[in-house]
Ligand binder design. Structure first.
Ligand SMILES: Nc1ncnc2c1ncn2[C@@H]1O[C@H](COP(=O)(O)OP(=O)(O)OP(=O)(O)O)[C@@H](O)[C@H]1O
Length: 303
């Protein structure tokens, strides 16, 4: 059985919609409509989809912050509703934006505080906090007040906080939003190493290049339902996008481009041979695989 598993998850919100100064009416939002999801140890599953699709709602249910209306969710064998306190001991959560920090305390003090909430002694909490501050690249800023941190620094501290209890399951909601490219790469490396250590990771991101780089599996959520899932490569081919072999050549003094469907991987070699047989000179040969970004933007269109 998978380390984290959710079956038939259904969640709706009842809100009030304003119709004017004095009038409002009840509005029902079906945020999740029968979602099945599973994440194994040492694997990273990304949730992608348009704004309002239900990704954060799903993360919050796995994090025990919301109770599903229907369906079952287990993490490490514990029910997220009935055994919420046990689940909280084995998960780490990074939400965006993270409102759980004290502005006047330094990054380090904030982490020590959270370590002690998990039951570590002050000494142990400090040792762990320093280790994590170093890991996320905040060493120089460790004694500065949190309120002075930039958005990217806050996000890094959020990741460190998610790791303070050495969690087996990590829930990362938009972990690199607002972080500069060098910082974001650092965060991605940390996420990869956490996964390679055997943790299960559930991630949401609108950065599909990041999703493609990190994910073992991607689930596309639209309107509260998973409409497609698979490895990035499976997903692309399921959505009708296949790699193509492209050969650029000079034939009789003119540049020509030859293109061939290249699902099997051997087509590029065959195409090059054919082009050479035609008496052309090959100047460039490659397999073009459309990035996940291109595939999903074309598939989801205006969703
Ligand atoms: N507390 C709430 N009360 C009412 N509606 C809510 C609440 N939380 C979420 N929703 C609604 O549920 C739906 C799913 O929201 P959710 O935040 O899960 O989407 P998302 O996929 O994470 O979006 P984004 O990419 O913008 O972060 C949206 O229609 C949202 O407005």
């Amino acid at each position: 059985m998978s380390f984290a598993i959710g079956v038939g998850i259904y969640k709706r919100f009842i809100t009030r919609e304003r119709l004017g100064l004095l009038r409002s009416r009840r509005r029902i939002v079906e945020a999740l409509r029968g979602v099945d999801i599973a994440v194994d140890r040492g694997r990273l599953l990304s949730l992608v989809g348009p704004n309002g699709a239900g990704k954060t709602t799903l993360v919050r249910i796995f994090a025990t912050l919301l109770v599903p209306d229907r369906g079952e969710v287990y993490i490490g064998g514990y029910d997220v509703v009935k055994d919420a306190h046990r689940v909280r001991r084995i998960i780490g959560l990074m939400l965006y934006p993270d409102k759980g920090f004290f502005g006047r305390l330094s990054g380090l003090e904030n982490l020590v505080y959270y370590g002690m909430l998990y039951g570590f002694s002050r000494r142990e909490a400090r040792r762990r906090a320093l280790e994590l501050i170093e890991l996320v690249g905040l060493w120089e800023a460790r004694d500065r007040p949190y309120e002075e941190y930039s958005a990217g620094m806050k996000a890094r501290l959020g990741l460190a906080k998610a790791l303070i209890n050495n969690p087996e399951f990590l829930l990362l909601d938009e972990p690199t939003v607002g972080i500069d490219p060098v910082g974001a790469r650092k965060i991605r490396e940390v996420i990869k190493s956490l996964k390679n250590e055997g943790r299960a990771v559930l991630l949401t991101s609108h950065n599909l290049y990041e999703v493609e780089e990190l994910s073992d599996e991607v689930a596309v959520i639209v309107d509260g339902r998973i409409i497609a899932r698979g490895t990035p490569i499976e997903l692309k081919s399921r959505l009708g996008f296949r790699p193509v072999a492209v050969v650029k050549a000079i034939c009789n003094g003119e540049e020509r481009i030859f293109i061939r469907d290249s699902a099997g991987g051997r087509e590029l070699g065959i195409l090059i041979r054919e082009v050479l047989d035609e008496g052309c000179e090959v100047v460039e040969a490659r397999v073009h695989e459309p990035p996940l970004e291109e595939v999903l933007v074309k598939t989801l269109g205006g969703a």
